[in-house]
Design a protein around this ligand. Structure first.
Ligand code: NAD
Length: 313
């Protein structure tokens, strides 16, 4: 029969694309429960789903930051039966740590880390009972490697990776699979929202040099990297579909081969010096010469630092 897939954060970006791709599956193998905080934002998804809406795709409200909302949502699913849970909802946060208030940092953890924990806690017991299920988590390359001025976002994804690494062992005993998807940059509202937040920033508590490194060195390089290396949300949706359709799903799934050297460096030098120094040089020495940075990364990708990724095709 049809597999019930519940996805969080479907009003935009990657979540929307996964919902549409699965709902439009030619063999109609999926019953998609696309969830979002605010159903008033459903139009883009409904339009993209076309005929599938009301057939293989239905909507439910769900805020991953609320115990109440998560409980209500899962209780309203028939028999609470979910075959595949896709934890996609997430928020970004960019800027010098000195100038970010604790409340904003906690909000990121509340969504990216505790949001995932809350969902898994609610759905996992039924999966364990049935000795079947697949939990997918949208992590990031930044769940594996820290990136300058993304300190808090990176920490939230690391926290989640640690949680999943621990959970995966126990779940295996119950025949429940756990997979993380680790995209590099993806062109979604995520990027736009962060840039809008940055434009409003006033940097209280940060010194002039730090602000300059952030605004004049980091931001332009980051924009170039997004443009040169970014994937589409459709790409990530295709990778995710591959992961859930795999008979033996992999635990970690990088989606962008251009980013694999970053991860390889970390494992190549356990002292951490190689990663820290390479990032330092990329930002402060090559940053302004982005085309050189790109060629270096592309070269590394062709060498022994290439690692297996999951490709959209
Ligand atoms: P997006 O902003 O388009 O989508 C995120 C979605 O999560 C939005 O629809 C938002 O409304 C929703 N959301 C936020 N807080 C929520 C909450 N409390 N409850 C329910 N939904 C909530 O961005 P995206 O790029 O599609 O991001 C999806 C996931 O992919 C995130 O977890 C993000 O960290 C991850 N990711 C994104 C990129 C990228 O470059 N865009 C790269 C790697 C990983």
């Amino acid at each position: 029969g049809q597999k019930v897939v519940l996805i969080t954060g479907c009003s935009s970006g990657i979540g929307l694309r996964i919902a549409v791709l699965l709902a439009k599956d030619e063999k109609k193998r999926y019953h998609v429960i696309a969830t979002m905080r605010d159903l008033k934002k459903k139009d883009k998804l409904v339009e993209a789903a076309g005929d599938a809406y009301g057939k293989t795709l239905m909507l439910l409200p769900l805020d991953v930051c609320s115990d109440e909302s998560v409980k209500q949502c899962i209780n309203s699913v028939k028999d609470r039966h979910i075959d595949i849970l896709i934890n996609n909802a997430g928020v970004g946060l960019l800027g010098p740590v000195e100038s970010i208030c604790m409340e904003d940092m906690k909000r990121v953890f509340e969504t990216n880390f505790f949001g995932v924990v809350r969902m898994i806690k609610e759905v996992m017991p039924d999966m364990k009972k049935r000795r079947a299920g697949h939990i997918v988590v949208m992590s990031s390359v930044m769940g594996l490697q820290g990136v300058v001025f993304n300190d808090i976002y990176t920490a939230s994804k690391f926290a989640m990776e640690g949680f999943c690494e621990s959970m995966g062992v126990q779940l295996l005993k119950f025949n429940v699979h756990l997979s993380m998807i680790e995209p590099g940059p993806v062109h979604t509202e995520f990027e736009t929202k962060m840039m809008e937040d940055v434009a409003k920033m006033e940097y209280p508590g940060a010194d002039a040099d730090t602000v300059r490194y952030f605004k004049d060195v980091y931001l332009p390089s980051s924009k170039d990297i997004f443009e040169a290396m970014g994937q589409t949300p459709e790409d990530i949706a295709k990778c995710t579909k591959k992961v859930i359709e795999s008979r033996n799903p992999r635990f970690r799934n990088l989606t962008n081969s251009l980013y694999t050297p970053i991860v390889a460096m970390k494992y190549a030098d356990e002292t951490g010096g190689l990663s820290v120094n390479t990032f330092y040089n990329l930002l402060f020495n090559f940053g302004p010469l982005m085309h050189i940075t790109m060629s270096i990364l592309k070269c590394l990708t062709c060498s022994c630092l290439r690692r297996r990724t999951i490709s959209p095709n």
